[in-house]
Every structure is written in C-alpha cells, then in structure tokens.
Design a protein. Structure first.
Length: 255
C-alpha cells in the first residue's frame, strides 16, 4: 500500500541553523520549535541557551518527562518538580514550556485554536502503535477542546526511506491507511522480510479517526536520518547518540 502526502501537509520552516519551526501552528500563538544537529539536547546548559535564544523566557517553567516510548500523556503541572514516565505533556497554562527530546521519533504539537490549551508528544513507532495521537486528542477533548478546532503539527522524523520494520512491527500498523509501504521505498534494506513504515501516515490517520480535520494537520517531510547536515538520528548515530529538543510554549516573547 502506498500513499503520497498531499502538498498541503508539507510544513518546512527553518530559523537559522539551530531551529526548525512548525509554521502550521504558529499563527495561533504556539511556539512549536525543534532544535537541529547544532547541539546535543542531553546537555542541559546547551539546551537552556538554545531555549533562551528561541525566546522562551527563563522565567517560564520547563515541564519534561522520562520518555519510555509509551502513550501516557500527563498534565504539565505534574512534570515540573519531578519527571514522570510519560511521552506526552499538555497544559492550559501560557506560562509553561513543554519539552521532549527526539532523534528519529516525531515531535508532535497539538494546539486548540479556541484556547491556550496545547500538547507536545514524543512519538516513535512504539508510541504510535500504542495510540499516542489518539490518546492526545482524547485528552484535549476531555479538557474541553472542540476537536474541529484542533491543530496538529508533526515535526521532522524518520521517513519511509529509512524506517525499515520487520513483519512483527508491521502487523501493529496494518489497520492504519497508508502506514505500510513496499520495501522499494527504503534507501537501504537490512532484512529480507521488511517493509517501510510511514509514521506521518499513522499519525495523520489516528488524528483523522479521532475527528481532527485533515486540513488542520501539517507535517514536516524532512528525514532525520537522511539529513545528517540538519538533524541527529538514532538510526544513524546509534544508542547513546545526541538528541534534539522540541518545545511548545503558548506565550510569545514581545518582539
Ligand atoms: Zn531517510
């Protein structure tokens, strides 16, 4: 099964060589920014310098989680003092910055057009298989969001050219339209029984199935593994390699 994403989904906005910005949520006041290969987000001081360069004020508390490739989403207020095990954060508060770390997994931003409510997810194949996008939409709707007014931005991640999965992983995605592609999509193939997984297609399909309007979903098309000039990649660098940070904050620094 193959599926080409409509051009309208593409969302590539760069700011210098340090930041990738999801333009599709910017006009409703969400700063949705990801760092690039310019530094390793495991370095807390480098991360803090970058956040301040991105105009995330130092007095805005940072909420983060211990990421476990699951589908648990916690309120940001529960992730300020300590970091619970989870892969998503949400808040109504304009005075908090949501933070996740990624390398090949997708940062996914959700924003309510009608309120300050927003969420940020760390979504790889395991989180998607566990339904993290479905859960996130449900969490925001339960908090009062009208899902017809929900925007979703899917940041740079491992694209089908590099997302080789075996049949045991593929089986978890067969229900989602466009999720699985022929191995011919792969730039290199290690296993003889593999196919290519399209994580964007899965995230979009989960959002649509949950009732999100397709034109309110945007996705970056850059592949983190192919773009060594721009991104860190788990599959390129291996375990323990550098990470990128993704941030969501609803408060804008005055220009
Ligand atoms: Zn690639």
């Amino acid at each position: 099964m193959t599926q080409t994403h409509p051009q309208a989904l593409a969302d590539e906005v760069w700011e210098g060589d340090t930041a990738f910005i999801m333009g599709g949520v910017a006009d409703i006041g969400l700063r949705a920014i990801m760092s690039t290969a310019a530094f390793d987000a495991r370095d807390r001081e480098a991360l803090e310098r970058w956040l301040q360069a991105c105009k995330v004020p130092a007095d805005v508390p940072r909420a983060s989680v211990r990421q476990v490739h699951g589908a648990t989403i916690v309120p940001a207020r529960d992730a300020l003092e300590s970091q619970p095990e989870a892969d998503g954060l949400w808040t109504d508060d304009v005075n908090v910055a949501l933070l996740v770390r990624v390398a090949d997994c997708a940062p996914i931003w959700l924003a309510d057009e009608g309120s300050s409510r927003c969420a940020l997810l760390h979504a790889g194949w395991r989180g998607l298989a566990s339904g993290i996008v479905t859960r996130a939409v449900g969490t925001l709707v339960e908090a009062g969001t009208n899902m017809r007014r929900l925007r979703i931005g899917i940041g740079p991640h491992l694209q089908p050219c590099c997302c080789e999965v075996g049949p045991e992983v593929a089986a978890a995605f067969s229900v989602w339209p466009g999720a699985l592609r022929s191995a011919r999509s792969l730039r290199t193939r290690i296993r003889q029984d593999s196919v290519a997984l399209d994580m964007t297609a899965v995230a979009v399909a989960q959002a649509r199935a949950a009732g999100v309007i397709e034109t309110k979903i945007t996705a970056a098309s850059s592949c983190t593994r192919c773009r060594a000039d721009a991104f860190h990649s788990y599959r390129r660098n291996g375990a323990g390699g550098p990470l990128m940070a993704a941030v969501a904050v609803r408060r804008m620094e005055p220009a």
